[in-house]
Design a protein around this ligand. Sequence first.
Ligand code: BGC
Length: 343
Amino acid sequence: MKKFKSLVASALALTLLVGCSSGNGGTAASTGSESGASGGAKTYNVGVAIYQFDDNFMTLYRNELESYFKSLETDSVKYNVTIVDGKNDMAEQTNQVENFITQKMDVIILNLVQTSSADAVIDKVVAAGIPLVLINREPLGDNGDESYAGILDNANVCYIGADARQSGTFQGEIVAELPDKGDINGDGKISYVMIEGDPENVDAQYRTEYSVKALTDAGLKVECLDDQVGNWAQAKGQEIAANALTQYGDKVEVIFCNNDAMALGAAAAITAAGRTVGKDIYLLGVDALEECVEMVNNGEMTGTVLNDHVGQSHTAVDVAVKALNGEKIDNYYWVDYVKVTKK
Ligand code: BGC
């Protein structure tokens, strides 16, 4: 794990160098409770704290999480799942986790608002002897350094996610595999606009870095026209794309979006600017939201990358159940991304 952490640290140090930023312990197993209401079945109380309900991807994720818990219920085991909305406010989320502790949840699944607050929250949950499953936002040090190394080195704490370097690489590879390799105007370089997610989120950092790295690794020249933070939001993605298209016009050959929600916004801006994906511009996202997969198949998006919310949520639940049963859990579980291009 140390090795992974130092890889992470050096990759992030690299991001700082190459970024284009013109715009900007114990094994205490929970016992559950006997509940008369469920016919003598053992009922486990599960607290799930989501960073923000108003997020397309995390909505799919939390719905799948809830229904998968339901599907695992038997006559003798029930899961009483409480899901709360952190509203993208760390103070609010800290309160919610403290409430989970007071309510004596048997396991907590946590999608952090701020990964830099991870150590404080983890300490509280660990001190309460409750197993903790972190999802979607990997905790790293403020600067991606090793200052947080070891925070997951606890028998009852783990992180389940996908390695965002892979998703960025897939975005870049999709462009490099196009007949014109993304150089629509044939001037020898790929001129792109980057629309980033939440800058504190390692998914955003890695996708930004590795999408471009895949192009340069393929021996292609790149030019960053604009790089702005869209905070994962569709409306922001649309605004940033619209401004970039107004400012740079035909120069814009590729728009990379760190997620599909922002790509949906960018697609609207592309149409409004009278441009056509696949003809005079390329558009990339990540997540493989259903509507985006459809857009890829009918040519309105160049490609996306499946961020497997089903695999991740099922892994999170399976690991939570393991912890509830007092079984040993690992500190990290990784789920693969998958490239999505036109069928
Ligand atoms: C997803 C984004 C989402 C973010 C939330 C990312 O992995 O790709 O769509 O907004 O997670 O943390």
